[in-house]
Design a protein around this ligand. Structure first.
Ligand code: HEM
Ligand code: HEM
Length: 395
């Protein structure tokens, strides 16, 4: 039976799985680099970047399942014995690198997949099984953690592949032995090889290297997450003090709804519950926007341009409208001022008020993504949802 391994050579199933994983990994790798380095200035560029990432992720998850099949198969198989057992250092190096490759075959796609599952939006895996993973929360911190892991693990995989290929070439060119031949189609001509004592040192070395890589990846991930920190807006004092609230935006990219929130904003509110009228001054810290994998892009010059326009402002008069209310005034985003009316509901109980509002704006009215004047990748309407609780101050 040529399909199974012997103590001398690899069988056809192992060989097929070896070259299939090698091919898939060597496809995923350049796709990852290309996608990562692709620009996202124009609509066309964004569409191309998303397509490259989708392809990268799809090939990547295929690597994961192929590697799983390969490992399950390897467990049932004999391991061909080393051709030069006396060269203990070489045997150790070759086996340690094989273990690193095995661990990487799972950890590289898994870290990418976990990073993807924890982030919001952009570039889906091209399959019908959903984009989330059980137990993985949509969280910037979790996403950054696995992004750091993916970054470091891909570099380690690259180093392991380079050593592995160098080893194979050494056997081919210098030793002129059958090492490469026994991983290629056809039968290698190898005399029976002596049994070797089993050593755990190579796998322990590979695990130690991976432990260092995981620590480094977590550290890089968490440090890069810290980069998104920004100066907080100053507190404001007013009749009504906002005790909690969310300010969310939902946009539609490539047909997917992506919701993000501004975590830092301040509202100075005066409001007389008897007349139902008042005034609101809201300042929003643009840099506090978290929009999953789109966060950095959204803050860039083509979109919110946080560097040139760090805050957005909404100044409005509150007037009753039937059982509900309107806040009518002007909204300034990216230096562009527009009249906006925000209808909202209010529930007041003993000095505390819960306000809810939903309004849809057009991104183009504020020059956001102006160089994407069509809706192919990013739709014009952006839904703004506000929910806040305010309590009447004692002063
Ligand atoms: C064997 C499989 C894979 C390989 C070899 C690989 C390789 C790479 C490489 C080389 C990069 C560029 C990293 C850099 O230099 O910064 C990258 C980035 C990336 N990969 Fe993969 N990848 C694999 C699987 C996956 C999978 C399965 C996913 C998601 C489902 C994924 C998602 C990403 C993402 C989102 C990035 C962007 C970088 C980031 O935001 O951290 N990758 N990958
Ligand atoms: C790029 C991804 C690659 C991965 C992940 C990979 C992984 C592995 C692993 C884990 C083994 C051990 C086989 C086992 O015990 O079942 C192995 C064996 C081998 N690989 Fe690769 N490989 C890759 C690419 C290559 C390339 C490009 C070459 C040739 C230049 C190559 C040549 C070999 C040879 C000759 C063996 C047999 C070594 C021996 O008999 O001791 N591999 N590979």
């Amino acid at each position: 039976m040529f399909s199974i391994n012997t103590t001398n050579t690899y069988g056809s199933v192992t060989k097929t799985l070896h070259w299939l994983t090698a091919l898939l990994i060597l496809t995923a790798f350049p796709l990852g680099i290309l996608a990562n380095n692709a620009g996202f200035g124009t609509g066309e560029e964004i569409a191309q970047k998303a397509w490259l990432f989708s392809l990268h992720k799809t090939v990547g998850v295929t690597v994961f399942f192929t590697a799983l099949a390969r490992i399950l198969w390897a467990i049932t198989q004999k391991k061909p014995r080393p051709l030069h057992p006396d060269n203990t250092l070489e045997v150790f190096a070759a086996e340690a690198v094989h273990w690193l490759l095995y661990i990487s075959m799972l950890m590289v796609p898994l870290s990418g997949w976990l990073h993807h599952a924890a982030s919001v939006g952009f570039a889906p895996i091209l399959w019908p099984f959903g984009q989330s993973l059980p137990l993985v929360p949509k969280s910037e911190a979790v996403s950054a953690l696995f992004s750091g892991g993916h970054f470091v693990f891909t570099k380690l995989l690259l180093a392991a592949i380079a050593l592995h290929i160098a080893g194979a070439l050494k056997h081919l060119v210098i030793d002129k032995d059958q090492t490469l031949q026994r991983m290629l189609p056809g039968l290698a001509k190898i005399a029976p090889l002596p049994a070797q004592p089993h050593s755990k040192k190579p796998i322990l070395a590979a695990i130690a290297v991976y432990a260092v890589a995981m620590t480094l990846g977590a550290w890089i991930g968490l440090a890069s997450h810290g980069d998104h920190e920004h100066d907080k807006l100053a507190e404001v004092s007013s009749d009504w003090v906002v005790t909690e609230g969310t300010l969310a935006i939902t946009l539609s990219q490539f047909g997917n709804d992506i919701t993000g929130t501004f975590t830092d904003w301040r509202a100075a509110i005066s409001f007389d519950p008897k007349t139902g009228s008042g005034h609101a001054d809201v300042t929003i810290n643009i840099a506090s926007l978290t929009l999953g994998s789109l966060s950095t892009q959204a803050l860039g010059a083509d979109f919110f341009d946080a560097a040139a326009h760090p805050t957005a402002k909404f100044t409005a008069e509150i007037t009753p409208n039937g059982d509900d209310y309107d806040a009518s005034g002007s909204l300034t985003i990216k230096g562009v001022e527009r009249p906006v009316t925000l209808p909202f509901t209010l529930e007041i109980t003993e000095g505390s008020a819960v306000m809810k509002a939903d309004v849809t704006l057009s991104r183009l009215d504020f020059g956001i993504g102006a160089n994407m004047p069509d809706e192919a990748s990013l739709k014009f309407p952006v839904r703004v949802s506000i929910e806040l609780t305010a309590s009447q101050s004692d002063t």
